[in-house]
Design a protein around this ligand. Structure first.
Ligand code: SP5
Ligand code: ZN
Length: 314
């Protein structure tokens, strides 16, 4: 499996998030992706640098005003400065820094490079995107996300066939749901923590099924805190049945590893060896698949989790 990675994510280095009115250390650290790449370096998987893509691809999902706002704000800051914007925001966890625009654009390039690979070679690719993307809506940032990498890759792939998105991050991908909510050519399926007790709170309920043409093409599977391997797997099997029924040309996996038992902000009890099984189960669909990195904050174990997932997949 090709892995797409660039060091350009390192310049986005948020120090603080504002949680319940308090400034607390930011968990979305550059070391996350470095932990994964360190673990994959000795493996048989080739590591590729992303290509450069036009901003046009970002505009295919996000409004121009929103993208330009992030670019302008980011460009106005000195190194080390960070700013919590007043507009286009979902929460107070997602600051803009001088390196944010460049890093976020690089994450999009990683996702698009992977998408191009799976389209041309019908293969599997793993895009090591950072910052993550699935909380970002058409014109709102939030949940550590600025540009929706998985959605931009999906939009690109949808020119060539139907796309299913399987979102296995611990949190509901409100941004991705929002972007494709009225589409019948893109199926969004998500397994996540019950939003009545965990971020993003406002969406991710099983009653959210899509609208208009998109009715029936959005499926949410919220699970209780404390969910273990066996309970998780039952739900995973259901999502795979949904995807088989849809029979897409491509699969995009929003892969967050904050479902891990020791994750500092998660709340499920998924154990290390189980990530191999999750990877194997998803791979059984035998679809050209783009894996897009989302969350996962247990830095020490993150590389091993990703390696297990990838091993299961191949
Ligand atoms: C991509 C992704 O996984 N985003 C997650 C955003 C969740 N933000 C929730 C913030 C909760 C604040 N952290 C509290 C830590 C207390 N120890
Ligand atoms: Zn998450």
């Amino acid at each position: 499996m090709n892995v797409v990675y660039s060091r350009d994510h390192l310049i986005h280095n948020p120090q603080w998030e504002i949680f319940q009115g308090e400034r607390i250390p930011h968990v979305e650290r550059p070391e996350r992706i470095e932990s994964i790449i360190a673990s994959l370096k000795g493996s048989k998987h080739p590591i590729l640098s992303p290509g450069q893509f036009s901003t046009r691809y970002i505009y295919s999902v996000h409004t121009k005003n929103y993208v330009d706002y992030i670019k302008r704000l980011s460009g106005s800051l000195q190194e080390g400065q960070s700013l919590y914007p007043s507009y286009y925001i979902l929460d107070t966890y997602t600051p803009i820094l001088s390196g944010t625009y460049k890093a976020a654009k690089n994450a999009v390039n990683c996702a698009l490079t992977g998408a191009q690979l799976i389209r041309k070679e019908q293969q599997i690719a793993y895009a090591l995107c950072r910052p993550p993307g699935h909380h970002s809506e058409k014109d709102r940032l939030g949940g550590y996300c600025y540009f929706n990498n998985a959605a931009i890759a999906t939009e690109y792939l949808s020119q060539f066939g139907t796309v299913a998105i399987l979102d296995i991050d611990f949190h509901h991908g409100n941004g991705t749901q929002h972007i494709f909510y009225n589409r019948s050519d893109v199926l969004y399926v998500s397994i996540h923590a019950d939003p009545s007790v965990r971020y993003p709170y406002i969406s991710g309920f099983s009653s959210e099924n899509g609208t208009g043409e998109g009715l029936g093409f959005n499926k949410n599977y919220p699970l209780p805190l404390g969910t273990r391997n066996d309970g998780y797997r039952k739900t995973l099997q259901r999502t795979l049945t949904d995807i088989k029924k849809f029979s897409p040309s491509f699969l995009v996996v929003s892969a967050g590893f904050d479902t891990y038992i020791n994750d500092p902000i998660g709340g499920f009890n998924i154990t290390m060896p189980f990530y191999k099984i999750i990877g194997r189960d998803i791979a059984s669909l035998r679809l050209p698949t783009l894996i897009v990195q989302e969350g996962g904050y247990e830095i020490t174990d993150l590389g091993e989790i990703a390696s297990n997932f990838i091993e299961g997949f191949t």
